[in-house]
Design a binder for this molecule. Structure first.
Ligand SMILES: Cc1cc2nc3c(=O)[nH]c(=O)nc-3n(C[C@H](O)[C@H](O)[C@H](O)COP(=O)(O)OP(=O)(O)OC[C@H]3O[C@@H](n4cnc5c(N)ncnc54)[C@H](O)[C@@H]3O)c2cc1C
Length: 474
C-alpha cells in the first residue's frame, strides 16, 4: 500500500514525487517508458521555476547543465530587451535540454526516497472510499490512497476518469528538428532575416557542432502518429524560404500542433491531474514544462497534508481553485501569441502595434511577468497587494530566504520578534528577523513560497495558521 501513486515520470511527476517525499509520504512513480527520453529538445526554465529550484536547493545543479539568457524576447518572440526592475535575483531564462531537467528532477525524487518503476504503464484504476486500485498494462494491481495523473497530454488517467478536456484542436502544425546544413552561415543568416519579416514560425538556429535547429510551418495538420520526414522539411523550407539550405543528416525530426485544451476538473475523488495531463497549449513562450512543475509545487504539500492528516478540510480543493485559472491564462496568452505569429496582414499589423507598445517598460514587464509566472496572485481574499503573491528571495539574517525553504515547510518571517507559530512547529518554521528586507511587519509563507498572511496580530495569525496548516499539534 502506497500513499500516492503517480502515473508518469516526466518533469511534473518527478517534481511532485520529490515534494511529497519532503513530507515522508510513501510515493511510487510508474513510468511507461523503459528508458529516459532521448530527443534533445532545449526547453526554457523561466524565473519562477528557477526560484522553485532555489527553494529546494536544486538551482546550482540545474545551472551547471543549462545556458543563461536574458529574460527577453519571450512574448510571441518579439525581440525586445528585458524590462527594467524584474523583481527577482534569478531574472534570466535558463535553456536546458528537456531530458536533462527530467533526469535532475528524477534524481532529486530518488534521493528523497521516492520509488520509480520504469516500463510500467497505468492501464486502469478503480477508486473507493479508502483508496485507489491501480492496474498496470501487464495486469499487476497496486494499491494507494491517491493517484495522480502526470501522464502527459494524452493522459490515460484523465480519459479513464471521464474528465472532459474541452478546447480547440490544432489549426496549424510546425515541423521541428535538428540537422546539418549544406550552405554557409552568412547565407543562412541573410535568408533567416529576410524570411522572418513575414514568417514568424520559421527559424534556423545553430545548435553547436555544425547542427542546426530547424523550425518551419508544416503543409497542413497531419497525422500526429506519423513522424515527419526530411523530405517534408525540404519541401517546406523551399516553399517558405525559397531554399532547402541543403539540409541533411537529421538527428531527430518532430512536429507540434497548437491545440489548446484544459481539463474540466483537476480532481475527482482520490484521483488528481497535473501538468500536460491537465492542460495543453502551443509551446510558444516556453511555458508548458514550467506550468507543470509549478502545478506539482502547488499540489505536493497540500496532498501531503491530507495524507499526514493535518490538512484542513478544504485545503486540497485549493489546488484546482488556484491552478485552473493560471492554466486558463496560459492557454489564452499562447493562443494570442500564435495569432501574432501569423503571416496574415491583420495579425501582422497587431504585432507591429504591440511591438511599439512594448517600448513602454510597464507593458514589457507585464508580458514577461505573465510568461515567467512571477505575476501570479492567488485569491486569498481581501488584503494588501502582496497577499497571495510569491515572495522574492529576500535577504535575511542567515543569508537568503529561499535557503530556509529547502524542507518544504511553511515559514513565519517575523520582523516584530513577538509573534509565534510554536503550536504548528511540526509544519511551520519560525524566523525572527527585524532586519529582513520586507516593508510589512510579518508574513506567513506557504511551502510553495506564496504569502498566506500579512500582519502583526497573534490571534489573526493563529486563524490563518489554522486555515492553511490545520489544527495545532496536540
Ligand atoms: C516543441 C516544443 C517545445 C517546448 N518548449 C518548452 C519550453 O521551452 N518550456 C516549457 O516550459 N515547456 C516547453 N514545452 C512543453 C513541455 O515539453 C511539456 O509541457 C512538458 O513535457 C510537460 O511535462 P509533463 O511531465 O506534464 O508531461 P510529459 O513530459 O508528457 O510526461 C508524461 C510522462 O508520462 C508517461 N506516461 C504516459 N502515459 C503513461 C501511462 N499510462 N502510465 C505511465 N506513464 C505514462 C510518459 O512516458 C511521460 O514520461 C515544449 C513542447 C514542445 C512540443
Amino acid at each position: 500500500m502506497f500513499d500516492v501513486i503517480i502515473a508518469g515520470c516526466g518533469p511534473t511527476g518527478a517534481m511532485l514525487a520529490a515534494e511529497l517525499r519532503l513530507h515522508d509520504v510513501r510515493v511510487l512513480v510508474l513510468e511507461k517508458d523503459t528508458e529516459p527520453k532521448s530527443f534533445v529538445r532545449i526547453v526554457g526554465l523561466h524565473i519562477r521555476s528557477l526560484e522553485l529550484m532555489a527553494m529546494r536547493g536544486l538551482l546550482e545543479r540545474v545551472l551547471r547543465h543549462g545556458r543563461q539568457r536574458p529574460a527577453a524576447g519571450f512574448f510571441a518572440a518579439i525581440p525586445k530587451p528585458a524590462p527594467k526592475g524584474l523583481d527577482s535575483p534569478y531574472a534570466y531564462l535558463l535553456g536546458i535540454p528537456q531530458p536533462v531537467i527530467e533526469r535532475l528532477l528524477e534524481e532529486h525524487a530518488l534521493e528523497l526516497g521516492a520509488q520509480v518503476r520504469r516500463g510500467c504503464a497505468v492501464a486502469g484504476f478503480e477508486q473507493d472510499d479508502e483508496g485507489v486500485t491501480v492496474e498496470l498494462a501487464d495486469g499487476e494491481q497496486l494499491r494507494s490512497r491517491y493517484l495522480v495523473g502526470c501522464d502527459g497530454g494524452r493522459s490515460t488517467v484523465r480519459k479513464l476518469l471521464g474528465v472532459g478536456f474541452p478546447g480547440v484542436p490544432s489549426q496549424t502544425e510546425t515541423l521541428m528538428g535538428e540537422m546539418e546544413v549544406g550552405v554557409s552561415q552568412e547565407e543562412i543568416a541573410a535568408k533567416v532575416t529576410e524570411t522572418r519579416e513575414t514568417h514568424q514560425r520559421f527559424w534556423l538556429r545553430p545548435f553547436g557542432a555544425g547542427v542546426y535547429s530547424v523550425v518551419v510551418p508544416a503543409a497542413g495538420v497531419g497525422d500526429r502518429a506519423e513522424p515527419p520526414t526530411l523530405e517534408d522539411f525540404k519541401q517546406q523550407l523551399r516553399a517558405i524560404a525559397g531554399t532547402d539550405f541543403g539540409v541533411h543528416s537529421p538527428r531527430w525530426l518532430s512536429r507540434f500542433g497548437d491545440a489548446t485544451r484544459l481539463a474540466e476538473r483537476y480532481q475527482a475523488g482520490r484521483v488528481l491531474l497535473a501538468g500536460d495531463a491537465a492542460h495543453i497549449h502551443p509551446p510558444i513562450g516556453g511555458q508548458g514544462l514550467n506550468l507543470g512543475v509549478q502545478d506539482a509545487f502547488n499540489l505536493g504539500w497540500k496532498l501531503a497534508g491530507q495524507i499526514r492528516g493535518w490538512a484542513p478540510e478544504t485545503l486540497l480543493d485549493t489546488y484546482q481553485a488556484e491552478r485552473h485559472p493560471v492554466a486558463e491564462d496560459v492557454l489564452d496568452n499562447t493562443r494570442a501569441q500564435m495569432e501574432l505569429l501569423s503571416a496574415e496582414p491583420g495579425p501582422r499589423a497587431v504585432r507591429r502595434l504591440l511591438t511599439e507598445l512594448m517600448d513602454f517598460d510597464e507593458v514589457n514587464r507585464y508580458l514577461i511577468e505573465k510568461i515567467t509566472a512571477t505575476g501570479i496572485r492567488y485569491d486569498f481574499g481581501e488584503g494588501p497587494d502582496l497577499l497571495g503573491r510569491r515572495l522574492r528571495d529576500i535577504d535575511v539574517k542567515q543569508g537568503h530566504l529561499y535557503a530556509l525553504l529547502h524542507r518544504g515547510r511553511g515559514l513565519l518571517l517575523d520582523r516584530t520578534e513577538r509573534l509565534t507559530a510554536d503550536r504548528w512547529s511540526d509544519r511551520v518554521d519560525y524566523l525572527a528577523d527585524p532586519t529582513a528586507a520586507l516593508d510589512v511587519p510579518c508574513v506567513l509563507l506557504r511551502p510553495d513560497g506564496h504569502i498566506a498572511w500579512i500582519g502583526d496580530d497573534q490571534q489573526d495569525l493563529d486563524d490563518h495558521l489554522s486555515r492553511w496548516f490545520g489544527k495545532p499539534a496536540g
